[in-house]
Write a protein that binds this ligand. Structure first.
Ligand code: WQD
Length: 337
């Protein structure tokens, strides 16, 4: 039996593939390389010494997707594929609704056709929006997002819940990621987006290797101890292991929809992250304080207790590990993806 990873060549998908293969799972990976490349596939094989089926397809191509199900005995799906640039999604909402939402519907219809009703969905803490408390718990309501990206995550969560209501034989795990950062300690897998990164850690990495001149910290007048925003940064390997635990949970359960925050529960500020990166790697990262970025929240972080209790999952890697592994990776992969 195989596990199908959509977007499995991507940052989180590839790290999850490594953990699944190391546990002896059979994998089929599909990816269109819109935000990844085959270097990740080679890295997965090098790290694990294992092989897997790969198809370079867009999961919206129904015919090609059906071929994957015909050629492999798919038992479950981990759905990573989707566009994820918040800013771009505001400018091009239809691109995001088409690829992320319509694409997921094609995937789910195909799963039904081949009687595969077990899915782990890559969701995001962005679905919480601004809540009364900055410590997010899964029972909080989803809040309409200022970005189409965030709204696609909300819609797909709702689609999965409605699907279960229509057919209670489905097994669904919805994983709400906080801020994934870091890289596999081999330095073979990591995140190094082309061009100017939107997210903090990839930006720090590019400044550290001299590709970008300096980091602009978007505001230091927030309601936090040092004035910079606080987030729940999570090592991507801890996040990957969370997916294995979610699959194990679904294997144990008869059916149902299970929602989990995947975070450390310990918020870290922008300044704390930058200074930790500088300290553990003994490298300079020039920065200046600039204006606030539209839409940023002062603080948000996970209450991870439900995942700890029900998945027996707890983030173990420290912010120092995240900074060390990020630096190790970028030094070996300066050219970018
Ligand atoms: C973190 C902090 C910035 C860049 C986003 C998405 C979310 C999820 C994770 C997909 C903020 C500050 C950043 C820079 C800075 N993605 N910053 N200078 O915004 O918490 O979450 O990524 O699921 O959906 O919204 O992460 O890394 O962009 O920013 O000062 O050059 O770093 O203001 O406070 P964010 P981020």
């Amino acid at each position: 039996m195989s596990i199908l990873l959509t977007g499995g060549a991507g940052y989180i998908g590839s790290h999850t593939a490594v953990e699944l293969l190391n546990k002896g799972n059979e994998l089929a990976i599909i990816d269109d390389f819109s935000n990844s490349n085959e270097k990740s596939l080679e890295a997965i094989k090098k790290i694990t010494g294992k092989d897997f089926k790969f198809y370079e397809i867009n999961y919206m191509d129904r015919e090609k997707l059906e071929k994957v199900f015909e050629e492999n005995k798919i038992d479950s799906v981990i759905h990573f594929a989707g566009f994820k640039a918040v800013g771009e999604s505001v400018k091009e909402p239809l691109k995001y609704y088409h690829n992320n939402v319509a694409g997921t519907i094609v995937l789910l219809e195909t799963m039904i056709k081949y009687n595969v009703k077990k899915i782990v969905f890559s969701s995001s803490a962005t679905i919480y929006g601004k809540q009364l408390s900055t410590r997010y718990v899964e029972t909080m309501e989803r809040k309409s997002s200022p970005s189409a990206y965030g709204n696609t995550k909300i819609m797909i969560e709702q689609i999965l819940e409605d699907l279960y209501k229509s057919d209670n034989t489905w097994k669904v795990a919805i994983l709400r990621y906080f801020n994934p950062v870091g890289a596999h300690n081999s330095g073979l897998l990591g995140e190094n987006p082309k061009g100017i990164p939107n997210n903090l850690m990839p930006f720090i990495q590019k400044v550290a290797v001299g590709e970008l001149k300096e980091l602009t910290i978007f505001g230091n007048d927030y309601n936090t101890p040092d004035g910079t925003c606080r987030r729940d940064y999570l090592h991507v390997v801890d996040l990957a292991i969370g997916h294995l635990k979610a699959l194990e949970k679904l294997d144990k359960e008869k059916s149902g929809v299970y929602i989990y925050n995947l975070g450390t529960g310990s918020p870290v500020s922008v300044l704390e992250l930058v200074n930790t990166f500088i300290k553990v790697n003994n490298i300079n990262v020039p920065y200046k304080i600039g204006a606030r970025r539209e839409g940023d929240l002062d603080e948000c972080y996970a209450d991870p207790s439900k995942a700890e209790k029900e998945l027996n999952w707890k983030a173990s890697k420290t912010i120092q590990d995240m900074c060390r592994d990020s630096w190790n990776y970028i030094q070996k992969n300066i050219k970018g993806e």
